[in-house]
Design a protein around this ligand. Structure first.
Ligand code: UD2
Ligand code: MN
Length: 585
């Protein structure tokens, strides 16, 4: 396995703890095979394990590695309730300090039990599912961490130990990605020493999450690899559905439902409703969306797995031999970002499937903002685009012109992998797996910065708050920056001025009352395009808006004093002449 993990075996690492008393290590060492039985591997039984079970038939096979201590009904944050402390003075200062250090309120986290019990959040049908524990594959849980706070990390580990059936868990592998905080050194080693089934290894340089996870995978012994982030809480019954699905379909990569744990109050916000699935926009940013109609139709029960075009990245289970077959991860990816889309494209294009299991719930703390530099995300995304997206990568580059100049390293080996596995095209993926993603046309000369002739170097600009496409916000004019993104517009063949860097696409919409242009959701599915979103781009650069019978004009001081495009009677002046420019200035 270590050899198969390619680049990973070249890295040095230190093995620090192998789970002490009564630990998994001894079990592994003493594992014997029944005489004449098949070698261990897919489907083979562990003779010792069966023997133990036969001797103790009545044992509850779902028994976790460690029993959760009885819960204290009045405990802070118990049952996943929000913690709101009314702090003053020194305590308030400490709380703020914890937030600026971790971008998570670890002051609050530290006050909540590391063993807290969560309220039931699953669809009631999930509890009726019965599993044949003896026939489920075993798993190794791999958790990479970099400078994580004490209580969020340890709550993750305790929650795995207290919700995972002993019989299914080979080990938890903690991978320290070269953290530099004191609590993660000797105190962590001391805390976990003597625990069953917990191992800690350390990278000897900062590897980034991709290689850190692979380092963990390289010493794993389970049939299935289950990856988690280091600030999670597993809900009771989270693992069985994942393993059961993989047993049924070995080429399925299965994600739990990711429930939000509030970074400030630690409220567990999961619910039994229909989970969301993953997508992406043309900046190659991961997006969440509701389960589409065709997928609802395909499923026969609300607890059937849901096919998802992409995964968020942190939480999933995959059969180890299938992960190896698929080429694990792109080890040329650094620190954070992009690996989730790369893996998602690869799974689908190379014959696997990516699914969310509605019965498996795991909470994850989404931090207030990124706690460490993520500047490598761009080159990671470029690697994903270069290897998997064929000519569709141009749609990405048009919206991120600077990505074209990014030094992304060598992807030859990944292209060879794609060839070797005989993977399908990105076109196939879009049409078959993600048909509801709008694919921009990007006709020559009809996309890029939308510039004005009269107000030189001012461009259409749209800045949706909170990164969401908020319908109704006004388009402004802003000095052209040539970076794509918020200044990227496209004139569609149906006559829309589209803002289609994000999904769903927005369309410039004009009304007679305000005369300013706002971005609303495109309504092109109403054929023809509704009149308020329909423009004519004439050869002289005039943008004629049919429903108001006016032209788009650059106005330098609008009602709020700022420049914006507005609808005015057509005059043919330079302020009413527009053109697209693709390149950086
Ligand atoms: C999401 C994913 C995350 C990853 C990322 C894209 C979820 C819930 N989270 O961002 O797993 O796929 O998107 O790359 O789906 N880490 C290291 N070394 C590093 C950086 C991070 O070990 O250099 C660890 C980190 O401590 C954590 C995990 O990798 O356990 C993911 O990092 P994150 O939690 O900062 O990413 P997140 O949740 O914002
Ligand atoms: Mn995370």
């Amino acid at each position: 396995l270590v050899l198969l993990l390619g680049g990973v075996c070249l890295m040095g690492y230190l093995l620090l703890r192998s789970g002490g008393g009564g630990g998994s290590e001894d079990e592994n060492v003493s594992r014997r095979r029944a005489p004449g039985s098949a070698p261990m591997g897919a489907g083979a039984r562990d003779w010792d394990r069966d023997l133990d079970l036969d001797l103790d038939r009545d044992r509850d096979l779902s028994k976790p590695v460690y029993e959760k201590p009885p819960f204290d009904a009045g405990g802070l944050g118990e049952l996943g309730r929000a913690v709101k402390l009314d702090l003053r003075g020194e305590e308030r200062r400490k709380e703020q300090e914890s937030i600026s250090k971790h971008q998570i309120n670890t002051y609050v986290s530290d006050k909540i039990s590391l063993h807290r019990t969560l309220a039931e959040r699953r669809n009631p049908l999930c509890k009726e599912e019965k599993y044949d524990y003896r026939s489920l594959p075993t798993t190794s849980v791999v958790i990479a961490f970099y400078n994580e706070a004490w209580s969020t990390l340890l709550r993750t580990v305790h929650s795995v130990l207290e919700t995972t059936p002993d019989i299914l868990l080979n080990e938890i592998i903690l991978v320290d990605d070269y953290s530099d905080r004191a609590h993660l050194k000797a105190p962590l080693e001391a805390y976990i020493s003597g625990w069953r089934k917990v191992r800690l290894i350390r990278a000897t340089k900062r590897e980034g999450l991709v290689r850190a996870r692979l380092l963990g995978a390289s010493i794993s012994t389970g049939d299935v690899l289950t990856f988690l982030d280091c600030h999670c809480e597993c809900h009771v019954g989270w693992l069985e559905p994942l393993l059961h699905r993989i047993k049924e379909e070995p080429s399925a990569v299965v994600c739990p439902v990711i429930d939000v744990i509030d970074w400030n109050t630690f409220q567990y916000l999961g619910n039994a409703g229909e989970p969301q699935i993953g997508g992406f926009d043309w900046r190659l940013v991961f997006t969440w969306h509701v389960v589409p109609h065709y997928e609802q139709k395909r499923r026969r029960s609300p607890i059937d797995v849901i096919r998802s075009p992409t995964m968020a990245g942190g939480l999933f289970a995959v059969k180890k031999d299938y992960f190896l077959y698929l080429g694990t991860y792109d080890t040329g990816m650094e620190v954070w970002g992009g690996e989730n889309l790369e893996f998602s494209f690869r799974i689908w294009q190379c014959g696997g499937s990516l699914e969310v299991h509605p019965c498996s719930h795991v909470g994850h703390v989404f931090p207030k903002k990124a706690p460490y530099s993520r500047s490598k995300a761009l080159s990671n995304s470029v690697r994903a685009a270069e290897v998997w997206m064929d000519d569709y990568k141009e749609l990405y580059y048009h919206r991120n012109p600077h990505a074209r100049r990014e030094a992304f390293g060598d992807v030859t080996a990944r292209l060879q992998l794609r060839e070797k596995l005989g993977c399908k095209s990105f076109k196939w993926y879009l049409e078959t797996i993600y048909p509801d993603l709008g694919v921009p046309e990007d006709r020559r000369g009809m996309f890029g910065m939308l510039k004005n002739r009269g107000m030189a170097d001012y461009c259409f600009d749209y800045n949706p708050p909170n990164d969401d496409l908020v319908a109704g916000q006004r388009i402004i004019l802003y000095p052209c920056h040539g970076m794509g993104q918020n200044q990227f517009f496209e004139f569609s063949s149906a006559g829309e001025i589209q803002y289609n860097t994000r999904t769903p696409a927005g369309c410039a919409t004009g009304d007679n009352i305000s005369t300013y242009l706002s971005i609303q959701h495109c309504r092109a599915h109403l054929k023809p395009v509704p009149a308020d979103q329909r423009f004519e781009l004439r050869t002289d650069g005039t943008l004629f808006h049919k429903s108001s019978d006016k032209c788009v004009q650059a106005v330098d001081a609008t009602d709020n004093g700022k420049p914006a495009p507005a609808l005015r009677p057509c005059s043919g002046s330079a302020h009413q002449q527009w053109f697209f420019e693709e390149r950086m200035p």
